[in-house]
Every structure is written in C-alpha cells, then in structure tokens.
Design a protein around this ligand. Structure first.
Ligand code: E4P
Length: 214
C-alpha cells in the first residue's frame, strides 16, 4: 500500500517528503481553507515538493462547471488529479475528463456500489471515507474490503485510496483490506513512527554505551 499525505500544509508535506514515506498528496476545500492562502498557489507549491499525484477538488455541483474547473486546475501541473464528488453530475464529469486523459479521484465515497459506479465512469482513484463512516457507527473498513474484492473480481484498475484516516490502526487495517493507497493526516503519520519500546530501546542503548571504554 502506498502512502499519501492528506493536508494542504506545505510545511507538513515537506517534512513527510523528507522522510521518504509519501508519494502523493490529497487536499480538499476544508484543508485548503485552513491554510488561508490562494488555492492555486498552494497546489502549485505542492507540485514542487512531491513528484506524484496531487489531488485538488472542484467546487461546482454541475458537471459543466466541474469540467471547466478541472481543465483549469490540470494546467497547473501534469501530476494534478481532479477530485470530484460522488454524484450524478460528478460521474458525468469523470466520464468527460477520463476521455480527455485527465486523472480523477472520486471523493466522498461511502459504499462499494458508489465505488463501482465511479470506476465504471472512468475514475483513476476512488476515496472511501473510513473515519466518517465509523463516526456514524456504519463501519468504514468493510467498505474498503468490499471495494477491493469487487475490483479484483472484475479486473478494475481504479485504485482505492483509503481516506478519512483517524489513527494508526486505520492504516494497517486499510493495507490488510486491500487499499492501494492510504491518505494520512500529518498527525497520524507522526503517530505511526512511534512505539514506546523503540524509545525505551534507544534509552537503554545510550545508557549501556556510557560504560564502553573510550
Ligand atoms: C480525502 O481525500 C479527504 O481529504 C480526507 O481524508 C477527509 O478526511 P476527514 O473525514 O478527516 O475530513
């Protein structure tokens, strides 16, 4: 499973990139709003840090508007992936964009059937939102498992991005469930690096090192 970072904060993206663990970035309107900066400026800066898929989301609700926004965003860089919401209008936009060779990430996916429709419309990626399903007691991970099974049975090449990741356990579970990618907030990425036994081990090694004759 590949790892993307789910943020629009360039400092976080730079730090995760320096660790060599991420190969893509996802943003959304809420994450962009948090930065208080110009949307295209932020996205363009991200493309200079990470050489991989960078998802930027459209705001229009009609397919025509989505397609226009998408064409405009796609001009920023070849790595831009257009995030499109899982709606009837969104599917129409995905069909047009896939015919134009513009990559799409269908977002706000909450069921395996929605993921299948998005894939058939030509989506490059589908993003099931695990945490938001867990929040309403619906269970997010079984949806990822079902999508992975359906895509495998029917030889569907669309990649599954496990999104709305809330903690380290979601990451290993998503990998086991068959997600191709997990898009992970910076805070969770940092949590993933840690284990109390690692810290204790370093402490012990350093203490023992003191007794080595210099
Ligand atoms: C995915 O691409 C979204 O940006 C993100 O994972 C949403 O997560 P949230 O439910 O924590 O807002």
């Amino acid at each position: 499973m590949k790892i993307f970072i789910d943020t629009a904060n360039v400092n976080e993206i730079r730090e995760a990139s320096e660790m060599g663990i991420i190969c893509g970035v996802t943003t959304n309107p809420s994450l962009i709003a948090r930065e208080g900066r110009n949307f295209k400026e932020v996205v363009s800066e991200i493309t200079e840090i990470v050489d991989g898929p960078i998802s930027a989301e459209v705001i229009s609700l009609e397919s025509e508007g989505m397609v226009n926004e998408a064409r405009d965003l796609a001009k920023i860089h070849d790595n831009i992936v257009i995030k499109i919401p899982m709606t009837v209008e969104g599917l129409k936009a995905v069909k047009i964009l896939s015919q134009e060779g513009i990559d799409t990430n269908v977002t706000l996916v909450f069921s395996a059937a929605q993921a299948l429709l998005a894939a058939r419309a030509g989506a490059t990626y589908v993003s099931p939102f695990i945490g938001r399903l867990d929040d309403i007691g619906a269970g997010g991970m079984p949806v990822v498992e079902d999508i992975a099974e359906i895509f495998a049975i029917h030889d569907i090449e669309t990649e599954i991005i496990a999104a709305s990741i809330r903690g380290p356990i979601h990451v290993s579970e998503a990998a086991l469930a068959g997600a191709h990618i997990a898009t992970i907030p910076f805070k969770v990425l940092m949590q993933l690096t840690k284990h109390p036994l690692t810290d204790r081990g370093i402490e012990r090694f350093l203490k023992d090192w003191e007794s080595v004759p210099k």
